[in-house]
Design a protein around this ligand. Structure first.
Ligand SMILES: NC(=O)c1ccc[n+]([C@@H]2O[C@H](COP(=O)([O-])OP(=O)(O)OC[C@H]3O[C@@H](n4cnc5c(N)ncnc54)[C@H](O)[C@@H]3O)[C@@H](O)[C@H]2O)c1
Length: 302
């Protein structure tokens, strides 16, 4: 039984992002204290980000349980199943302290495929978490949930997390759905989520656009650790990137979780600018946060 009164709970909500950070008292059930998560289910563990996080997260003390529709070489205990398989998901979440949900289609695709993997798949994961009593999920959202937002230029303000959703693809639309699903499961069932609108997480930035949205793998692990361990997150939306000199968005809701980014893409700027030049304000591909997803999105090959 949590001894805090309603007023005390509301007073603990210090963030200015009231429209995207949903915390505070919830009258419908009793909260039990969240313990620091140790066993964590990593969905999408065979993917690019999953592979990087499999290497980095164990050093924070996590035991990772792996889940993907593809087998993972050298990981015979990984659960090989599709997000459509409700029973497999239920077994996968049984006994874990938290989930990092990376699995899904990570590029543009047909609406039907996105519906199955990203929309229904994420719903199945939340249902499994509810049934098995999992209290914390970190959801891999994307900058493409707000991809048609004009990118900041020449000193204009950084994009806040409560900027209106402007998905650039069905893919981006599915990430907005995931964020709203997370908000619903917090309000209705008390499952806390940090939705991380990831920029680009790769070992190094490979385009001038990425200089503004890049998240180093080390910073990604730091942010996921903060998202797993921060108290009273309710449903919190954060942008996921390093402390880039050319950053386009506001990292304060991520910092409020205790995230302290250590990297800056600027060390790659001279090389990338020499190769590609500055972003061209007349080029529609460079006009919005989502870059080429707004004009000619890369398509999921399967
Ligand atoms: N890498 C980035 O820079 C970036 C940026 C924004 C958002 N994200 C999000 O982070 C997550 C991971 O990204 P990534 O770059 O590793 O993508 P990825 O495509 O490399 O990995 C996705 C993984 O999900 C698995 N998967 C897909 N559909 C599935 C299903 N129906 N059931 C079970 N597993 C399924 C795939 O097999 C794959 O291993 C994705 O949700 C993506 O949308 C990543």
């Amino acid at each position: 039984m949590n001894a805090m009164t309603l007023k005390q709970r509301i007073r603990r909500v210090k963030s200015p992002y009231s429209s995207t950070i949903l915390t505070g008292a919830r009258p419908f059930f009793t909260l039990t204290p969240m313990t620091a998560p140790r066993t964590v289910l990593l969905t999408g563990a065979a993917g690019g980000l999953g592979t990087l996080m499999r290497e980095l997260l164990p050093s924070y003390g996590y035991r990772l349980r792996l889940f993907d529709r593809l087998p993972i070489e050298g990981e015979p205990d990984a659960i090989v199943a599709d997000l459509a398989d409700k029973e497999a998901l239920r077994k996968a979440v049984h006994g874990v302290d938290a989930v990092i949900h990376l699995a899904g289609i990570s590029l543009e695709s047909t609406f039907e495929k996105i519906l199955k993997a990203n929309i229904e798949g994420t719903y199945h994961l939340y249902e499994a978490a509810r049934e098995e009593g999992v209290r914390r999920i970190v959801f891999a959202s994307s900058n493409h949930a707000v991809g048609f937002t004009p990118r900041p230029r020449d000193g204009s303000a950084a994009i806040p997390v409560n900027t209106p959703r402007r998905p650039d693809t069905f893919y981006g639309l599915s990430k907005g759905f995931g964020e709203d699903l997370a908000a619903l499961y917090w309000d209705l069932h008390g499952i806390e989520t940090v939705s991380v609108r990831i920029g680009s997480c790769f070992p190094r930035p490979t385009s001038v656009r990425m200089l503004s949205i890049w998240m180093s793998p080390g910073d990604c692990a730091r942010l996921l650790h903060a998202a797993l361990t921060a108290e009273d997150v309710g449903h919190t939306v954060v942008y996921g990137s390093s402390a880039n000199t050319r950053l386009w968005w506001d990292l304060s809701s991520a910092r409020a979780l205790g995230y302290e980014p250590q990297d800056d893409s600027e060390e790659y700027a001279a090389e990338l600018l020499a190769e590609q030049g500055e972003l061209d304000p007349e080029n529609p591909e460079h006009a919005h946060l989502g870059g080429a997803f707004c004009t000619d999105p890369p398509v999921w090959p399967y």
